[in-house]
Write a protein that binds this ligand. Structure first.
Ligand code: GLY
Length: 355
């Protein structure tokens, strides 16, 4: 990855039916001052986890206080296993004790899990209050912090309970990436490679030349353009699920020991191989895709059977009635939606597991 040279921040406006909001991308952002542009002085509860908060919590809290906000923090355990209704209850009780009202605000300081649960708590507390996303991982910065999907997992599947609730603003500061482990960094690269596969061929071959800020900007633009067309995920937004149908099945079957990005990487590989084997692609994509995934330290195979993967995938919310919508790569940089009868999913996946 290239070094960041510019310190100037950039703004992307996300324009959804539920409202317009800025995504500010830049290094060493002043979160308190930026928040003043979207929200007058009020009470702030920062939701963060026990890995991120010890690193950045004090500085972020001080920044909000200096800008005139009354701030407190609610800390949850790091990791996907925190993405539950009981964590939501804990956050809601905390926020209620702090006596937040509809004019106050939640701030998500962390990765995708923190962002998803903070957004969901904000969506349902007092029937909806504002929240701000401060993503600290690549995955949250390039994908989950933008677009308003919030929610939690149930034992029966990922993100089964949730709400669409757009943030009031997203502040994306690549300085946070400096403390990520190689595995957590790689997790985010799976979503970057997903965006490249579905929408941006040039980015697929330029990943090493982009600074972190440029990478965020390019990916957030892709994400925003899709969300603006289909905020509530009834059509074209499903294109962002490339690799996720099988990926979510892998996550659930592994009891979340396989991380989201790794699972999506496996999912993209399985779907691309199946698509090639079934003659659905316009040009070969698998070799290029797997080389780039491996180069970014992402896995491209798993030991689960096509039956186990299909059963887990069909419990996922991506199913609608007797059909499941898959995302098929046509070529690198272009993909399309493909409806498959649910009874054909297992044999489709088996084509993606062939050696
Ligand atoms: N991450 C997929 C979406 O936001 O629709």
């Amino acid at each position: 990855m290239a070094e960041d040279t510019a310190s100037k921040s950039e703004k992307i406006i996300v324009n959804t039916k539920s409202g317009k909001y800025p995504v500010i991308i830049g290094k060493t952002l002043n979160f308190g001052e930026l928040t003043r542009d979207v929200k007058d002085a009020c009470k702030v509860v920062i939701v963060s986890d026990d890995v991120v908060f010890p690193l950045y919590g004090d500085a972020v809290m001080k920044g909000f206080s200096k800008s005139g906000y009354r701030v407190n923090a609610c800390i949850i355990r790091n990791g996907e296993t925190s993405k539950t209704l009981s964590t939501i209850e804990k956050i809601l009780e905390f926020v209620a004790k702090e006596e937040l009202t509809r004019t106050d605000i939640l701030v998500a300081l962390g990765g995708g899990v923190v962002g998803d649960i903070t957004g969901f708590a904000a969506a349902i507390y007092l029937r909806g209050i504002d929240f701000i996303q401060i993503p600290t991982t690549v995955l949250a910065a390039v994908d989950s912090s933008v677009g308003g999907k919030t929610g939690v997992d149930l034992n029966s599947g990922k993100n089964i309970v949730g709400a669409f609730h757009q943030p009031k603003a997203v502040f994306c500061d690549p300085n946070f990436f400096g403390s990520l482990t190689e595995a957590v960094y790689a997790d985010g690269m799976a979503e970057v490679i997903k965006h490249a596969m579905i929408k941006d061929r040039d980015m697929m071959f330029a990943l090493d030349d982009l600074s972190a800020a440029e990478m965020c900007k390019r990916n957030i633009k892709i994400k925003a353009s899709v969300v603006e067309l289909d905020e509530f995920d009834t059509g074209i937004r499903k294109i962002l699920n490339f690799g996720h149908t099988v990926g979510h099945a892998v996550e659930v079957l592994s009891d979340y020991k396989i991380s989201h990005g790794s699972a999506v990487s496996i999912g993209m590989t399985v779907i691309s191989r199946a698509s090639e084997n079934l003659g659905l692609t316009e040009e070969p994509v698998l070799t290029e895709l797997t080389e780039i995934l491996k180069k970014h330290k992402l896995p491209v195979q798993c030991d689960y059977s096509s039956k186990n993967l299909a059963d887990a995938a069909l419990r996922d919310k991506k199913r609608s009635g007797e059909k499941i919508t898959l995302v098929i790569p046509k070529k690198i940089g272009s993909a399309e939606l493909y409806d498959l009868p649910v009874e054909k999913l297992e044999s489709f996946i088996s084509k993606g597991l062939e050696k």
